[in-house]
Design a protein around this ligand. Structure first.
Ligand code: HEC
Length: 126
């Protein structure tokens, strides 16, 4: 058989196989950038204080998207990291709010950049 065609067919099969995994349930993507890069940071550094159901709630995708602080308002503004309180508190630029995590070491630049990238990409769970 023509070697080139074999390689192309194998690549197509591989791409199809890797997509198939993600299309099982479009609403629950366990391997999303959010699930692998964003939630673990918040779970480790924030949920001890913001894991409830009122105010700033950071324990799941749904709670993050509805999270609203009494001072800064909606925690995540999809598509706009600069104006999202979630980013502002990490960078210590939020008006009147101490840098988060309160009493803990600042997150690394790469952790903050992951959160920035996620928000600027639309804050999706995919
Ligand atoms: C030790 C407890 C504690 C931890 C851990 C913590 N916070 Fe906070 N957070 C607070 C308190 C207390 C306030 C209110 C602070 C203030 O008014 O200055 C607050 C305020 C906030 C606000 C603004 C709320 C508003 O009123 O608009 C945001 C957003 C926030 N935190 C996000 C985070 C994030 C993100 C993390 C993890 C990186 C985090 N916090 C970790 C205790 C904590």
């Amino acid at each position: 058989m023509n070697r080139k065609i074999t390689v192309i067919s194998l690549s197509a099969l591989f791409i199809f196989a890797s997509c198939a995994d993600n299309t099982t349930d479009p609403n629950v993507s366990e391997e999303s950038f959010f699930a692998t890069e964003v939630q673990p940071i918040l779970t480790t550094h924030c949920v001890s204080c913001h894991g409830g159901t009122n105010g700033v709630t950071l324990s799941s995708y749904a709670s993050i998207m509805s999270s609203t602080g009494s001072d800064l308002g909606k925690t995540v503004i999809a598509g706009d990291a600069d104006n999202s309180p979630l980013v502002q508190v990490l960078e210590g630029t939020a008006n009147g709010i101490v840098r988060m995590p309160q009493g803990g070491a600042a997150l690394s630049e790469s952790q903050i950049n992951s959160i920035r990238a996620w928000i600027n990409d639309g804050a999706k769970n995919e």
